[in-house]
Design a binder for this molecule. Sequence first.
Ligand code: HEM
Length: 406
Amino acid sequence: MSDGALLETGEPLEYNPFLPDVHEDPYPLYDRLRTEDPVHWNAPGIWILTRYADAATMLRHPRMSSDFRNSELFQAFREMSGQAQLDEREPSMLFRDPPDHTRLRGLVSKAFTAKVIDGMRAHIREVVDALLDDVGERGEMDVVADLAAPLPVIVICELLGVPNEDHATFAGSSADLVHTLDPMVGLDVIERANASAVAFDQYFIDLIAERRAAPHDDLLSALIAAEEEGSKLTQEELLTTLILLLVAGHETTVNLISNGTLALLRNPDQLARLRTEPGLLKGAVEELLRFDSPVQLTGRIALEDMEFGGKRVRAGQQVVALVGAANRDPAQFSDPGRLDLGREESRHVAFGGGVHFCLGASLARAEGQAAIGAMVARFPGLEAAGRPEWRETITLRGLRSLPVSL
Ligand code: HEM
């Protein structure tokens, strides 16, 4: 059976994001799942949700846990693989439930409010302009390597207070860590991620010592102050939070900028529209987030038996919301496969929902608007120049490279 045959009605329905056709373009499979089996029981024992309404319910449900240690499947996998011996660190806020989640998020949320991010907009534009100045003369660029990848690392490192000369260290290590977000990762991937986490830890332990001796006006110094108060943040939680901010804020934003640019290049009428109506920029970035979402899925574990679409989900079972599919649900968005930068209804779930709603959403939006806005304004001849290549990651959907001529 060819990969493509799986997408046709009548063939057995299975969510397998590793198949090359599905990886390249998952949307036909999402449509089939949503139509034929919207609450789908998939190997190796995970519920897959593709309807917007079900995804939105799952994300906000108080009895849906983000702590994978509650998952029967996770525990079984752990025992089988011996993973328990590898890394026993406490998970970050992303994988914790209230009240620990509330405490950890509360400590950093002040640094990410829309007001703080508004104050950073001019600087973000300066960073974008400097990156584009470097390529302007060449007449061509790789949107990923030249703009989308460096921008979020520079911004998050500056926000945290990581010195300029150390920014490059983070790009490679965060790529290793990001793989751990994927389903069914192998031991080699976990080992590489653990090695990166240890390297991150060592880097930050040294930097924390410096900041403790001489605090700066940065997020790292603020978090150290919280840790020093003792009851709010342990040293291990401080390190885990720093790693989360770097990882969650990096490739997600790379994917927004590069997937968004690709969508515009593939829809030249919309690209032209944005050029003539720059006032559409804010809404355009929301539509690009909906259309080809940088984060395609997120999981929860049922803490009690419950029902989704007439099916019984048992306590301890894992449920995955394909937010990329929810964002293409015709019950929520009219003509969802069409990129429409002027779309009125933009209640997409690309940033999740409920208590774990993306902490960095304002920052990501500001970076996406600055990067895409500047490219469209500065390069009237912007055109695809070669085949885009997708990264192998599943949870995060994004390009390895996107060559363009200017
Ligand atoms: C376009 C870019 C981004 C996308 C699409 C995105 C998407 C998401 C999603 C879907 C979640 C929720 C996951 C869940 O409920 O299981 C999330 C959580 C989170 N994001 Fe983002 N994100 C982006 C950028 C950023 C940035 C720039 C930062 C920070 C620098 C960031 C920090 C976080 C953190 C800390 C969480 C965990 C929040 C919590 O558990 O309460 N994200 N993000």
